[in-house]
Structure formats: structure tokens, C-alpha cells
Design a protein around this ligand. Structure first.
Ligand code: HSE
Length: 397
């Protein structure tokens, strides 16, 4: 019997509890798993195992029987202090906490390595979708060229509900909260910060350097209107919130709404589903797809990490390498080259004067077009003089 603890009994922590209570994974982990403690500041007087709840972190830290701890608290503090203490005490830690991993991942991984324990965070990106392990292990023979993903379930759910069900933004957000998809503060979802931490983690692992998420230009979906979505659709595109990273001499990386051609597999990713396209030099493009948020989807990835750490109880296997480089290689987004979708009231002549011969469609008494590939700096200079109603980058994938 291997004993574990869960820290945080919210949506995801309770999902981990339910999954392990339904099956102790004796076969998969080669050892039955038992939950000895649950740490939470709240009381759960009606819980069928109320005796295993504690409010005292030290009970877990100081119990030599605890082999692995599931951190489902979220936020930086006290999750950082708790995780560091647990790793230093030689306990394995499994987390879904993207904010913590994006901020302190390299340091926590180094401590884990020194202590010969695992710090595993499959659930921190893409909820239940396997992406961290494929990136760090299965795709290792490839040089990764590009990653483009729908990385936030809440915003994808909101966009889908708005487009397909005609729901208002706020009603769709409320539904995402009720379903347990949204962060405690949903601004992290809709303003793109959650997706920003996730693309920071993926880019750091793909290219073996530390990408500080604070260096990543980030826009959420708050400025996207039904008129944008409608006009984009008439041109043959969907609008998705994309975490984008493209490695050349340096790294272009951002989170922003982007137009995705309807023939691109990302276009059909709807609701709470996430998908990540990874472009490798040998494999070409592969897509990782599945439920990106929610209780059991996310908890299943955490339980798999618990099984991984228990299974290798006598032979630690660290497949995650994450270097800290002196200087981030992030290039200014103004130097990136993209195509851009534009809605304007300006006449075709003026559009062509600025952007050359482009195909202009008249939609709802506006002119709508997609530019040729051009440097973002040049696009912005021209767009300033045009009277733009909205402008969105186009994903060429
Ligand atoms: N709030 C996050 C999302 C949860 O909607 O994707 C999963 O990381």
C-alpha cells in the first residue's frame, strides 16, 4: 500500500479523490494507492471520510508514510512553499497548477532531481490531454518548429456557446463556471493569462529553456464580438484563442484570438475541448485533442501522474528536463510576419492603396479582408491610418 495526500478539495482535488476511491490502481501502479489525508482550509462535516481531512500542512509534511502528494490548490501561495518543502522532504508531488509550474517549474524540477523524486504536471496544460509527456518523451527525436494550441477550455466553451447557441458572453461564462471549467478568478481565462502560462510551459519544455510567461504578449477574448465571428465565418474561418510559439533564430510567442481556416483541425475544436498542434521536423504536424478542463478530465491526468510516480517507486524516471537560460530568446511580436483579418468601413480603393490587391468582401455594410503575409509592425502602421473596426491575426497552420 502506498499512501498519498491531496492538497485542495475543490473541483479537481475532489475528482482525484473520487477516481482513486473507485479504483486503487493496484495493477497499474503495481501497488495499491490509499489516500491518507486531504488538506483544505474548509470543513467538510458531511464527508464520508471526514476523519482524513486536516487543515495542518505539517501533518502531511512530517508523515514518513506519505510518498506522493497531489497539489490541487492552485495559485502561487502557499502552493509554492508547500511544494518546495514536500520535494525537499523527499516526497513526490503531482500538480495541475500551471501558474506555479510556469513560475517556479525549473527550480522545483531541480529540487526533485536532487532529491530523486518526481515533480509531475501533466494536468497543468490541456486538462486531461496527454501533452507534457509526449513533448518531453515521445517526440524527443524531433526538433519542434511550432506549437499552436487552443489551451483554455473556458474561452473555447464561451466562443462556442456564443456562436452555436447565440448565448451572451456573460451567460456563457456563467455556464463555464457552473461546469467547473473556469479559474477562481475567471479573468485569468478570458484575458488569456491561463493560456499564457500554458504556452510558456509548452515552449519551455519544447525548446529546453525557461520562457518567462511575463514576456509573452497576451490578449484574451474580451474584445471579440459576434460580428467578428460572423464575418470571419463568411470568409471561411473560425475565431479561436490560440497560444502560439514558433522557433526560428529566436522565439515568436503570444496568446491572442486568431482566425483559423475551417479546413484546419483546430477549427472544429469546440466547447471545453482543447487541441494542440505540434510541428516536428520528422513527424510533421500532430494534434493532441481532448477535454481541456473539468473535474474528471483534469483529475484523470493527475491520477496518471500519481500512478507513474508509484510505479517507479524503486526506479525513479525523470523524463522532464527544463533548463534555465540566462536570457529569454523571445522576439518582439512586432517583428513577426502574419496575415491579418480586418473589418473596416473604408472603401476598396483605400484598402488597396495600403494593402495592395486583396480580396475584399462586403459583409453587413462593412468591408472585410485578409492581408497578405506582412510584418506586424508594417501592418499596424497601415492599420492606424485605415479606420479599423477590428483586426485579428490569422493562423497559417
Ligand atoms: N480554467 C482552465 C480552462 C482550467 O478553462 O482551461 C484548466 O486548466
Amino acid at each position: 500500500m502506498v499512501k498519498i495526500a491531496i492538497m485542495g478539495y475543490g473541483t479537481v482535488g475532489s475528482g482525484v479523490y473520487d477516481i482513486i476511491k473507485a479504483d486503487n490502481f493496484a495493477y497499474e501502479a503495481m501497488n495499491p494507492i490509499e489516500i491518507k489525508y486531504i488538506l483544505d482550509i474548509r470543513d467538510f462535516p458531511d464527508h464520508k471520510e471526514k476523519e482524513i481531512f486536516t487543515k495542518d500542512f505539517n501533518v502531511i509534511l512530517n508523515d514518513d508514510e506519505i510518498y506522493c502528494v497531489v497539489e490541487a490548490m492552485g495559485g502561487l501561495n502557499p502552493a509554492y512553499e508547500f511544494t518546495k518543502s514536500l520535494l525537499l522532504a523527499g516526497k513526490n508531488v503531482v500538480t495541475s497548477n500551471k501558474e506555479l509550474v510556469a513560475t517556479h517549474g525549473p527550480e522545483l524540477l531541480r529540487i526533485a532531481k536532487d532529491k530523486n523524486v518526481n515533480y509531475l504536471f501533466e494536468a497543468s496544460v490541456g486538462g486531461g490531454i496527454p501533452i507534457i509527456k509526449p513533448l518531453c518523451s515521445s517526440l524527443k527525436a524531433n526538433k519542434i518548429k511550432k506549437i499552436a494550441g487552443i489551451l483554455n477550455g473556458t474561452t473555447n466553451f464561451i466562443l462556442t456557446e456564443m456562436v452555436e447557441e447565440g448565448k451572451s458572453f456573460s451567460d456563457a461564462l456563467k455556464m463555464a463556471q457552473v461546469n467547473g471549467y473556469a479559474e477562481r478568478n475567471p479573468a485569468a481565462d478570458i484575458e488569456g493569462h491561463d493560456a499564457c502560462r500554458k504556452i510558456a510551459i509548452l515552449a519551455s519544455l519544447a525548446w529546453g529553456e525557461y520562457i518567462d510567461y511575463k514576456d509573452i504578449p497576451t490578449d484574451g477574448i474580451t474584445n471579440i464580438t459576434l460580428e467578428d465571428v460572423d464575418a470571419a465565418s463568411k470568409l471561411g474561418y473560425s475565431v479561436k484563442l490560440i497560444g502560439y510559439a514558433d522557433k526560428r533564430d529566436g522565439l515568436f510567442i503570444w496568446v491572442s484570438p486568431m482566425l483559423v481556416r475551417k479546413s484546419c483541425p483546430l477549427s472544429g475544436v469546440n466547447g471545453v475541448f482543447n487541441a494542440i498542434l505540434v510541428d516536428g521536423n520528422y513527424l510533421g504536424t500532430s494534434m493532441f485533442y481532448g477535454q481541456g478542463a473539468g473535474k474528471f478530465a483534469t483529475a484523470s491526468a493527475m491520477v496518471a501522474d500519481v500512478i507513474e510516480s508509484v510505479r517507479h517507486i524503486n526506479a525513479k524516471k525523470a523524463y522532464i528536463e527544463w533548463q534555465v537560460t540566462e536570457k529569454s530568446s523571445v522576439l518582439p511580436v512586432s517583428e513577426s510576419e502574419n496575415r491579418y483579418f480586418v473589418r473596416t468601413k473604408e472603401k476598396q480603393d483605400r484598402i488597396e492603396e495600403l494593402f495592395g490587391k486583396v480580396s475584399v468582401s462586403s459583409i453587413n455594410s462593412e468591408n472585410v479582408f485578409v492581408t497578405d503575409v506582412m510584418k506586424e509592425k508594417d501592418f499596424e502602421d497601415k492599420a492606424k491610418t485605415l479606420g479599423v473596426i477590428s483586426k485579428i491575426r490569422v493562423l497559417d497552420a
